[in-house]
Design a protein around this ligand. Structure first.
Ligand code: ATP
Ligand code: MG
Length: 589
């Protein structure tokens, strides 16, 4: 410790929102350089390397081969697949001295595809799996929580290449199995959930989420086997309802009721129903966004959904990608006078405004629950007015459906396996069946058994290596500091020399030296510091076993502490090394 490049901090860093960030900085594992950009100090780097080792071992075990690509990449391959534009502001772009465009790689599908195209030409070369552990760059809109969401981060990305879908599925399952082993070894409490394939443009895709209250991802589970990221949850469409007996729509004056709450209150006061109260679920809320396309185009989009639900920003982001949904501004309302702020509706004066037959060209999409025959209170597209008993399929139609309403606890699972429960998690890994998108765009073809050229089918598989360090810290830290599982701890044992006198220092050094010789990674706290400082630091650093050489030495004893449980016991000095070694590995003779 007297030599180690580390300083523990007594205070939380000002920008720390979550425990992992707080403790990794306070324990001297990482240091911030700029938003979302961190340096690794010796302790942090040891943990990062251990995570890399686990990932490497499990990837090699399924026959994947490690390669390494540059992070600085030319524009052309990303242009060919459309991602140069699709990534928008999310990639770092660079212009060299000759004026040529480059980017810092956010992920490497293009480069791997081209490499295989360069080298291979026959079905006999396949299957093939390649991977790298490499620094990635993404200009994240919201870098967050230290290394949990960085703008520079370490990812393991792997890619599989197969001759047909069946073989690709085998590769996918092999990678998925490897991930199970990786995350088991990392000591995660995790779930595997269905994911939206998103910008990757593939079909089947699953995410490995570490269960964490501070996670950015929300996922659902049913009592059956269903588990999905909320972005991937589909809402079952209810059956249409007959509307022959439904009363005719009627417009009512509803002043000062631009919100759902005020509208429900006014409806109950002035237009009370005989059978029950009006609720927010009786209203059809029409929310307007401005969609910004990757080409910079701006088109309004109105989404109609039951008034008791909000639009979920992440589900919306996924649904409209690669376009982006922006708030509709007052200037936008001025430019689109057919949309009356606070009173937007599909119909005005009995005439369709929105939807297929609408007079407006504004796109109108409905929540899947708004099926034909459902009856609504909604905006009359006239300031201070709403229309009642507006029947979907009779009085209005849409241009299609969009499934972006928030998913709620108790909603039915799409596969009928029961009510959903919601939890939060951190995305640790992602496996995709990419299919032929990249191979097609970049012309990766090989000759099949019949001598015919066929397009290769691919999978892509990512693990957040630096994120895993933060996620393990997040899941294991306590109120005293970090608390590493042994498999990735920077050291196995910390030996504290607490107390004055040469004997204490000598015994501590002897024990540390012997442990070291036995291959136990040991950190000796030999500093001239008070026992209090040493105890506090050992707790912050989070090394799993702590040996205290101090006051007990007079009686020939040292203390062995378990950092995680806090359990402590005294053992004879002569027996200390043996005890520690058998604690670490009970199989030791
Ligand atoms: P997210 O939804 O969290 O932004 P993503 O879906 O964009 O992640 P992928 O492209 O699937 O991420 O990348 C593979 C893995 O890399 C992710 O599962 C995650 O563990 C990790 N990762 C992605 N973005 C970051 C980041 N900004 N910082 C650290 N790790 C990241
Ligand atoms: Mg992902």
């Amino acid at each position: 410790m007297s030599q180690l490049f580390v300083r523990t901090l007594r205070e939380d860093p000002a920008d720390a929102e979550v425990p992992s960030h707080r403790w990794l900085v306070r324990a001297g594992y990482v240091r911030r350089v700029a938003p979302g950009i961190y340096s690794w100090l010796p302790l942090g780097l040891r943990v990062l390397h251990k995570v890399e080792t686990i990932v490497r071992e499990e990837m090699n075990a399924i026959g994947a081969q490690e390669v390494h690509f540059p992070a600085l990449l030319p524009r052309e391959p990303y242009e060919a697949t459309g991602r140069w534009t699709e990534y928008g502001p999310n990639i770092f772009r660079i212009v060299d001295r000759k004026g040529s465009d480059y980017l810092l790689g956010p992920t490497h599908e293009e480069m791997f595809t081209l490499m295989v195209k360069d080298m291979y030409s026959s079905y006999k070369d396949l299957p093939l799996s390649l991977y790298q552990i490499q620094t990635k760059y993404r200009d994240e809109a919201r870098p967050r929580a230290g290394i949990l969401r960085g703008r520079e981060f370490v990812m393991k990305d792997a890619y599989s290449f197969d001759i047909d879908d069946e073989a690709m599925e085998r590769s996918y399952n092999a990678h998925r199995d490897a991930y199970v082993k990786i995350f088991d070894r990392l000591g995660f409490d995790y779930v595997i959930v269905q994911a939206d394939a998103g910008a990757m443009g593939g079909s089947a895709s699953e995410e490995f989420l570490a269960i964490a209250a501070n996670g950015e991802d929300t996922f659902v589970r049913s009592p059956g086997d269903y588990a999905a990221n909320v972005e991937a949850v589909t809402t079952p469409t209810p059956d249409a309802i007959p509307f022959d007996d439904a009363p005719a729509a009627h417009v009512e004056s509803t002043p000062d009721s631009p919100t759902i709450e005020s509208l429900v209150a006014l409806s109950n006061a002035q237009f009370a129903r005989a059978d029950r109260e009006w609720t927010a679920a009786d209203t059809l809320k029409n929310v307007v966004f401005m969609l910004r396309g990757v080409d910079g185009s701006r088109t309004p989009l109105v989404i109609g959904l039951p008034g008791d639900r909000e639009v979920d920003p992440k589900r919306l982001e996924t649904a409209v990608a690669p376009a982006e949904a922006e708030p509709f501004t007052d200037a936008d309302f001025e430019a689109n006078p057919e949309l009356v702020k606070g009173y937007i509706g599909p119909v005005r004066d009995g005439q369709a405004v929105l939807g297929e037959e609408g007079s407006s060209k504004v796109r109108y999409l409905l929540d899947p629950r708004v099926v034909s025959g459902t009856r609504w209170i909604t905006g009359a597209n006239l300031a201070g007015h709403h229309v009642y008993d507006l029947v979907a399929g009779r009085d209005f139609t849409a241009d299609g459906t969009i499934d972006v309403a928030e998913v709620r606890e108790g909603d039915p699972a799409p596969d009928g396996s029961g009510p959903l429960t919601l939890s939060r998690g951190i995305e640790m890994g992602h496996v995709f069946q990419l299919g032929r998108k990249y191979a097609e765009a970049l012309g990766l073809k090989v000759l099949d058994q019949n001598g015919k050229l066929v397009t290769v089918t691919m999978g892509s598989y990512g693990v957040g290596v630096s994120r895993a360090v933060a996620a393990v810290a997040e899941g294991t830290a306590d109120d005293k500091g970090l608390c590493w599982p042994r498999e990735i701890a920077p050291f196995d044992v910390m030996v504290l020399a607490t107390g004055k006198g040469d004997e204490v220092a000598q015994e501590a050094e002897r024990i540390a030296g012997e442990l070291d010789e036995l291959g136990v990674a040991t950190l000796l706290d030999d500093r001239k510091a008070s026992p209090g400082v040493k105890f506090a630091d050992s707790e912050i650093l989070g090394v799993p076993t702590i040996v205290v050489v101090g006051r007990g030495l007079a009686e020939g004893q040292v203390e062995i502490r378990d950092r995680r449980t806090g359990a402590a016991r005294n053992v004879a000095v002569a027996d200390a090394v043996h005890q520690v070694v058998t604690d670490i590995d009970p199989e030791t003779p």
